[in-house]
Design a binder for this molecule. Structure first.
Ligand SMILES: NC(=O)c1ccc[n+]([C@@H]2O[C@H](COP(=O)([O-])OP(=O)(O)OC[C@H]3O[C@@H](n4cnc5c(N)ncnc54)[C@H](OP(=O)(O)O)[C@@H]3O)[C@@H](O)[C@H]2O)c1
Length: 225
């Protein structure tokens, strides 16, 4: 599976890319400028010496070449970047990590903005109706991705309206040691998933740490027939 990380040069995208490269996936780092994507590839090869399964492209070429897309750009850039890959993303799973934090427009990082679509992921789906948008990675801090010798002690809550797309990306995400995918249902659940992140940021601040995450318990216990 070829994974194209759109905005793969930033904190979250670089971390996700490193973990997928480490897991043996074919990763394409997308950027608005190829030079910046190439610099990110150099960084990944410093962390994972000898890695051959990572390449640099501009966002459009990365989206065209990849089978699965990951979007890791700031909220303020989400619309512009998505529209720039609209054709290339058609029919493909698109894992959107965007969180509508108030801090995206200069406010608090412990509160979410109101978006008329309901969530950033629903906004992505409205902008790219022919992509299979899945809300993912929102509740996993960029710090976790970088600790490459440790499993990530977090669940990855996902939601989306295309069941096949979710079934396709679940084993991919779970190639990252420690991550367990929890399918939370349709894309409208993104409004809840995205709001967990400001809670985690607040907990990180209160506890002076950067690894606050979430695990869901009890889903396998006492099955009701
Ligand atoms: N950081 C976290 O721990 C974390 C956790 C969960 C979710 N998220 C979400 O993941 C997304 C990315 O977070 P991040 O911390 O990786 O963000 P970031 O480092 O600020 O930006 C990521 C990349 O977005 C691209 N970009 C495109 N248009 C941009 C613009 N107008 N201004 C600035 N950058 C632009 C840049 O890549 P090029 O310049 O190469 O195009 C940049 O390297 C956000 O929506 C965030 O809410 C972050």
């Amino acid at each position: 599976m070829k994974v194209g990380v759109i905005g793969g040069t930033g904190g979250q995208g670089l971390g996700i890319s490193i973990r997928f490269v480490q897991a043996g996936e074919d990763v394409i780092i997308g950027s608005r400028t190829v030079d910046k994507a190439e610099a990110a590839v150099v960084k990944i090869k410093e962390v994972l010496p000898g890695a051959m399964n990572v390449r640099a492209m501009n966002n459009q070429d990365a989206a065209h070449e990849a089978d699965v897309l990951v979007l890791t750009v700031p909220l303020a850039a989400q619309k512009e970047i998505l529209l720039s890959i609209k054709e290339e993303a058609r029919g493909k799973p698109l894992l959107d990590a965007t969180i509508p934090l108030e801090s995206a427009i200069g406010g608090s990082a412990t509160k979410c903005l109101y978006l008329p679509e309901g969530s950033a992921a629903q906004r992505a789906q409205a902008l790219l109706p022919e992509a299979k948008v899945i809300c993912a990675f929102n509740n996993i801090s960029k710090s976790w991705w970088m600790v490459i010798d440790e499993p990530i002690d977090c669940d990855c809550l996902i939601c989306g309206d295309d069941e096949d797309a979710k079934a396709m990306v679940t084993p991919l995400i779970e190639k990252v040691p420690g991550l367990r995918v929890i399918d939370c249902g349709p894309l409208e659940r993104a409004s809840i998933i995205e709001k967990i992140t400001p809670l985690l940021i607040g907990l990180n601040i209160r506890n002076r740490c950067q690894f606050g995450g979430i695990r869901i318990t009890g889903l396998d216990k006492g099955k009701i027939c």
